[in-house]
Design a protein around this ligand. Structure first.
Ligand code: GLC
Length: 718
């Protein structure tokens, strides 16, 4: 039995994070195991932890998925580089799950201000939560297991964002492809090398002087024709949208924003000035509905060209400096003399002038949002900014293209974003440690309802060597957002940027992903329907003890376990296979089926550089199809269904039209049994209203002894 109670503290403003609010409790229930006290501006909760309790959730923080033993600052910040000591990063979700031996508790805090979690760092047996506010909603969810809590959490915050199906294809990015010719060459390379790809990103250099909702006509002459040409080759273009609006007279977005009073204010009530890529800018006050409506409509510039895919960046918001801080910096530099030690950062042995530049946080108290209760300092509402920018995009795009799914990913996020957009995990580095962190962050985001997520494959900052890019692409092939992206000064990182052997391996990995796309999409739809994560920690599916600490293998849906190689020079992988027999596929090419039956337990497997260890759970099935160069390229006629059957299994394949919001999910169900070495397949007809993507299903089934059985069935549709 799951039970949710809402406790209201003070009079919180509605954030829109929560979709379905229960009636607030009349008073604090003293039987609740949380203690609390308030100071004049903070609320502190504490909870005693059992020795065996684990803590999950909190969004995309740096560290293991079990948060116990560390502190986390829930305050949207672009951490660059993402080192283990960063306490605040993007994507803070004030949702934690405390998993005890026989019970579970979810704590969800709906509050846009900073929240600090001490998960047993100061006192190992105490969880302390400090909220920088007296006005917020606290939801306590009680249940037996983590799945109960997650289902309840989703019914509060709403179902995950559903991108168009092409978003499960490979995506190529770089900061930046500088002109139309370069983008065309990238497109041409994918197609001529037969490396599947569905999308190419446009980073900030496509804009004229970094002015949002413009295109620089010099590097991108005739943008409309260029867009058509790229789209004609089966690619989606994904331009970046930043919140900072360049201060430049004659620039329509700036002029309109100023004349209508749409920008955030400084303490004197004037438009606040900060600096980001375009130098001096104003920030739209996305917390206001009319500003969101205005901003959402600006997307028309792109939707008129058939572009409905975007990434929203710098939306914490990140601030490089302000006119004021530059003055202070100049002054401080001229003053520096032999007393510079006063500015010395003794830990890093450098003159510490960071407080004047590249430290967004110092600027947050300087600007204000207009709310129904008056001007409120940004600091107090900080975590909401990115969310509201996404709300503007989401509402705008739905109005501009009714009933069409849009593609939208964001760097900044919080509770509620899970309904509106996907998330990429910001500026990681080309480090092996970040390959592992990618798994941890995506699992944690999925636990917080952000099903469509991923990290920059190959790493954003620094230079990836070819082994790192290969291993990272192998991981990415099983995560929803599959995007290679890197920064301006990094070496080229496209799939063909290294040796010809590396290109071949990466091509095979991406092709394998395309063979699995229909299956992954089906499992994504299923996870979304069931209010469960798509990328799952191992402990979520098995009762066995000791699984809580697994940070380097994960499940896609309920049946497919992936154990990517995450260390340099490693040609072995140790894997824990819980409770069941598993069909092991040491995969390199999508059509080379070297399957092997493995018993439950710990295995150390030989894995060459071109191989990915994939495991299919006993009595579960996966589906493979002929890979395409981009989705929709071909009409497919058949699918292959593979699995290890002990006695009997059933498999339901989900599909929809992949593009419209109201598309009805279709289900085809098969019952597969192996009795006396005879394979039997029964198609259970469910009412379907749209034609299935293929008619023929080739079953390739293994028994526990590794014997193979084949059967083809053609769908009989009523
Ligand atoms: C930020 C983004 C990164 C992008 C860069 C330039 O650092 O996180 O992905 O490439 O800005 O727009």
């Amino acid at each position: 039995m799951t039970e949710t109670r809402l406790y209201r503290f003070g009079s919180p403003d509605q954030t829109d994070s929560i979709r379905h609010q229960p009636q607030p409790e009349k008073s604090w229930n003293s039987s609740v195991n949380l203690q609390y006290y308030q100071t004049f501006n903070q609320t502190n909760f504490s909870l005693s932890l059992n020795p065996e309790s684990s803590i999950y959730g909190l969004g995309q923080n740096i560290g293991p998925i079990n948060r116990r033993g560390a502190t986390y600052r829930l305050f949207n910040m672009q951490a660059r580089p993402q080192t283990p000591d960063c306490r605040a990063v993007n994507g803070p979700y004030a949702f934690s799950i405390i998993k005890n031996k026989n019970s579970c508790q979810g704590i969800l805090i709906d509050c846009p201000a900073e929240i600090n979690f001490d998960c047993g760092f100061t006192k190992p047996d105490l969880l302390s939560i400090c909220i920088e506010s007296l006005d917020f909603d606290l939801y306590l969810i009680e249940g037996i297991d983590v799945k109960d809590i997650l289902k309840e959490y989703t019914s509060l915050t709403g179902k995950s964002y559903l991108p168009p199906k092409w978003a499960f294809g490979f995506q190529q990015s770089r900061y930046s492809y500088m002109n139309a010719k370069e983008v065309q060459e990238i497109a041409q390379n994918f197609r001529s090398r037969q490396i599947p790809c569905d999308a190419i990103y446009l980073d900030i250099d496509y804009m004229e002087d970094y002015k949002v909702f413009t295109v620089d006509p010099e590097p991108f002459p005739n943008f409309a024709n260029f867009t058509k040409e790229i789209q004609g080759q089966g690619f989606h273009l994904i331009p970046i949208i930043d919140p900072g609006v360049k201060i430049e007279s004659g620039y329509s977005v700036y002029e309109e924003g100023v004349s209508k009073g749409y920008f955030c204010k400084n303490a004197e009530g004037q438009d606040y000035i900060a600096a980001v890529w375009p130098s001096l800018i104003h920030f739209p006050d996305f917390l206001r509905a009319e500003v969101r409506e205005w901003w959402g409509n600006l997307y028309k510039f792109f939707t008129d060209l058939g572009i409905s895919a975007f990434w929203n960046d710098m939306n914490e918001p990140e601030i490089f400096y302000s006119p004021d801080s530059i003055q202070q910096l100049k002054k401080r530099v001229t003053e520096l003399d032999y007393t510079a030690w006063r500015d010395l950062d003794p830990i890093h042995y450098k003159i510490n002038l960071d407080r004047f530049m590249l430290n967004s946080e110092t600027f947050y108290p300087d600007f204000f949002h207009q709310t129904p209760t008056g001007l409120v300092p940004h600091q107090e509402l900080h975590n909401l900014y990115g969310f509201k920018m996404l709300q503007a995009a989401s509402e705008g795009l739905q109005k501009l293209n009714p009933n069409q799914r849009y593609f939208l990913i964001s760097r900044s996020s919080m509770l509620g974003v899970n309904r509106l957009a996907g998330v990429w995990t910001g500026d990681n580095s080309s480090w092996w440690e970040h390959l592992k962190l990618n798994i941890q962050m995506v699992i944690s985001l999925n636990l917080c309802g952000v099903l469509y997520s991923g990290s920059d494959i190959g790493g954003h900052c620094g230079n990836a060597d070819e082994e790192l890019l290969i291993r990272w692409t192998q991981l990415g092939a099983f995560l929803p957002l599959f995007r290679n992206h890197t920064e301006k000064s990094s070496r080229r990182q496209e799939p063909w940027a290294y040796s010809s052997t590396a290109t071949e391996i990466i091509k095979d990995v991406i092709t394998l992903r395309y063979a699995l796309i229909d299956y992954l999409y089906s499992e994504f739809l299923k996870a979304r329907e069931q209010n469960l994560p798509f990328i799952r920690p191992v402990f979520l599916e098995f009762a066995e003890a000791g699984l809580d600490e697994i940070n380097d293998q994960f499940l896609c849906g309920a049946s497919l376990m992936i154990a990517p190689v995450i260390e340099p020079n490693a040609r072995h992988r140790t894997i824990i296979l819980p409770e069941f027999n598993w069909l092991y596929w040491c995969a390199s090419k999508h059509d080379q089926y070297n399957f092997q039956v493995l018993a439950p337990g710990i295995h150390r497997l030989l894995v060459a550089l071109n191989q990915i260890p994939i495991f299919i759970k006993e009595n579960h099935l996966i589906l493979l199809t002929e890979p395409e160069q981009f989705q929709g390229e071909k009409i497919k006629s058949e699918a292959i269904i593979i699995g290890l059957i002990n006695q009997e299994s059933s498999f339901t394949f989900y599909y929809d039209d992949g593009v419209t919001i109201n598309s009805e999910i279709q289900k085809i169900k098969f019952k597969v049994s192996l009795k006396n070495k005879i394979l039997e397949i029964e198609q259970q007809l469910l009412p379907i209203t749209a034609k299935p993507p293929y008619q023929n299903f080739n079953f390739m089934i293994y028994d526990l002894a590794g014997n193979q059985y084949y059967k083809q069935i053609s769908l009989s549709l009523t």
